[in-house]
Design a protein around this ligand. Sequence first.
Ligand SMILES: Nc1ncnc2c1ncn2[C@@H]1O[C@H](COP(=O)(O)OP(=O)(O)OP(=O)(O)O)[C@@H](O)[C@H]1O
Ligand SMILES: [Mg+2]
Length: 319
Amino acid sequence: MVEKKKTKAKAHKKTAETTAGKERYVPPIETSRRRDDEQEDRVRRMAIFTIEPPQRKLADLVIPDATREQLHSLLTRIRYQHVLYDDFGLRDIDPYGGRTAINLYGPPGTGKTFAAEAIAHELGMGLLRVNYSEIESKFVGETPKNIQAAFARAQAENALLFFDEADSILGKRLTNISQSTDHAVNVSRSVMLMALDRFSGVAVFATNLASNYDTAFVRRILGHVEMPLPNAAARRQLWQAQIPARLPADLTEKDWARLVRETEGLAGGDILNSVVLAAATAIQREGPACRVGVEDFSAAVAAAKKAKREIGVARKRRG
Ligand SMILES: Nc1ncnc2c1ncn2[C@@H]1O[C@H](COP(=O)(O)OP(=O)(O)OP(=O)(O)O)[C@@H](O)[C@H]1O
Ligand SMILES: [Mg+2]
């Protein structure tokens, strides 16, 4: 027993070194090995994420004027965050106001992902895209670590942190926990809240189910930007922007008007898909020397509408 005590004391002594008369704490080998492992694990997780150079530009995003102004105003606040909160002293009156997260919400295909890229481009930042399904792990405790790694990587490289399909990660925390998986979901969401509080970079969230957000997240967001379905003028712009000059299409003014009319209720993403389908149909019919006519575009739009209708019905039935 006495022998054991002595060994323990010796081991403890070993953890302390004397430097210039002062005792410096040297962690036991086990602890420092664990820290090295944790560090290695963090570096490995951070490498899961890639940082892309953004390709889209805000000028090419077709949105209502009011939405564009709102985006510009948010970007100004982000750019001058430091001046506003530190130099002008706004932090004294608004200690929790230093938020830099933007939430983009709206129906599918309205340009939310496009906008996130364009925001990164405007701020001169790389884009770190996080899709929840990629960071969700079936191993307990891994998802929060992946979330933290995404924030750490974005912070280290000054990249814009973009959470696509964010409702899965910013959803309401569950109050009625019945299974351990429910508990794990809540842990991930709490980790996300804490990481967002500590993060001093720029984050963008995109969702088509904003009503599912936890109110704690809603409060941490600098601005919520609605991405609406395009009106007639916007649809005309989208059609014209998405038919490349080299695409062999002959459309008259009457044809453009018809396509704008027929795509009422559809999003920019649907128009893009219709252009691709129409061109593919024409090439299948006539080969590479084809002409893509208004009937090809119109038939593709009808197919897009049908798919939307049917998927909509299936969704309602499931819900
Ligand atoms: N408002 C828009 N301005 C310019 N292009 C658009 C717009 N909306 C859609 N598009 C075109 O449609 C494509 C698909 O849009 P995007 O992926 O950004 O939509 P989304 O809102 O993120 O959709 P989802 O909710 O399905 O993720 C874009 O890459 C772009 O080419
Ligand atoms: Mg998207």
